[in-house]
Design a protein around this ligand. Structure first.
Ligand code: ZN
Length: 418
């Protein structure tokens, strides 16, 4: 009668002359098939919301489902678990149609103790004693987290306090481990189990936490030292093809002419750099120079970059040393792409090679001291909440067992299917 009362408390309508039946859902069985078997019109599926429809594929084979059938075998009601806490409810209405709902599962819990003596292996001995495989695997898993289970020997004992759900007289869901007492020889240890199934010896657990620590860091920073004095070369790989000269045979004019500058080998499009900081004094076409840029620098210097294919600065523009001012080419009076570079000091042509390259860029390193916050992992021992109560419950149960002198096993009298 008790299961039937529990059935009623689950909030269901009473049906006279009905038979309560329970079963375990076959793995892979579909809800549709269940409805077909019982002649429930599939049209009820259309009334189920999208969110609820998801649960139809989550019916658990571990938990028993219940059916209430009338004398003709017509399904009056069904309760089918989709989790430990929720179930599908099918109820037949007077007009023969069914209602579908998802409702909480009503179940009670019972606390039990099991006394295990190691004979074969921890797992096997627990299953032999309790017929509960999930309890056995949970116990093994929990113990492995806190002790070296390989050191368990024949004759060692474990007392386990655990809780199971009972629904309509059947075990509902997995066992919940609460506490253990482990006796290895003369050593007795009490292990408490928290909600997440972690074991803690004597109710204490080492907990990981992080603190941020401010640390000093020294880094070497590379930086380019600006050449404030002296000139750099106007192109990356300077190769002189014709030097500064006051008297040179001119290949195009076929005459002796002064060569007021230095010719550098350059491919078409080679970037040309300002040899020093300055201001562009000319940018454009100029007689034999073709496309040319002139830059005025401090100290009475003026540099000239001739035969460019393209100019990248405007007259009056400030330029920094090393800045690209144009690209090599062969405009003006030129026999092929090259850079004709000229330099004047106070209006007089000078040999550029006397001053170029002196302001070579130097890469230096600097020690930079900084501070960084880095996470540091620390451990502390914490007292796990509720452990004392679990320990007391276990001790009390053990004392009671000894007083009543029950057989040391606490086998359940209710059917368990695992
Ligand atoms: Zn030249």
């Amino acid at each position: 009668m008790r299961p039937f009362l529990a059935w009623l408390t689950a909030g269901l309508v009473c049906a006279y002359a009905a038979v309560l039946h329970h079963g375990y859902w076959e793995k892979g069985k579909r809800f549709n098939d269940y409805l077909k078997e019982h002649g429930v019109p599939l049209s009820i599926l259309q009334g189920i919301s999208k969110e609820d429809r998801v649960y139809l594929s989550e019916i658990r084979s571990r938990y028993p489902y219940f059916e209430l059938l009338d004398t003709n075998g017509t399904l009056e009601q069904a309760l089918i678990p989709i989790s430990k806490e929720m179930q599908i409810s099918l109820v037949r209405k007077r007009d023969g149609n069914y209602t579908f709902d998802i409702i909480p599962i009503v179940y009670t819990t019972q606390q039990h103790t099991a006394h295990i003596e190691i004979v074969h292996s921890l797992y096997r001995d627990i299953v032999a004693q309790t017929q509960n495989k999930s309890l056995a695997s949970k116990t093994v898993r929990t113990l492995k987290g806190v002790i070296d289970t390989r050191r368990l020997h024949k004759g060692d004992t474990i007392d386990i306090l655990y809780r199971i759900g009972i629904r309509n007289g059947l075990v509902h869901g997995e066992a919940e481990l609460l506490a253990m007492r482990l006796k290895q020889g003369k050593e007795v240890r009490f292990i408490c189990v928290d909600e997440e199934g972690r074991g803690c010896i004597d109710g204490k657990r080492r907990e990981r936490y992080t603190v941020t620590k401010r640390t000093k860091s020294v880094t070497l920073k590379r930086y380019v030292q600006r050449a404030t004095q002296g000139f750099i070369f106007p192109l990356r790989h300077p190769v002189v093809t014709s030097s500064f000269s006051y008297r040179r045979w001119h290949p195009i004019l076929h005459r002796y002419r002064p060569h007021h500058g230095t010719d550098f080998r350059a491919r078409y499009g080679t970037p040309l750099y300002a040899v020093a900081d300055g201001r562009v004094s000319y940018a454009g076409w100029m007689r034999g120079y073709g496309k040319v840029v002139k830059i005025r620098h401090a100290g009475g210097y003026e540099s000239l970059y001739a035969h460019q294919s393209r100019i990248r600065v405007r007259r009056g523009q400030r330029v920094r040393q090393g800045q690209i001012i144009g690209y090599a080419g062969s405009t003006g009076r030129s026999t092929g792409p090259h850079l004709h570079f000229g330099l004047t000091k106070n209006g007089r042509w000078i040999d550029p090679m006397r001053v170029l390259g002196k302001g070579k860029r130097r890469i230096r390193t600097k020690r930079v001291i900084g501070y960084k916050d880095i996470p540091v992992i620390r451990y502390r021992t914490v007292t796990v909440k509720g452990c004392e109560a679990k320990k007391r419950a276990l001790m009390q149960a053990l004392r009671q067992e000894e007083r009543v002198k029950l057989p040391r096993s606490s086998k359940l009298s209710i059917p368990i299917r695992k």
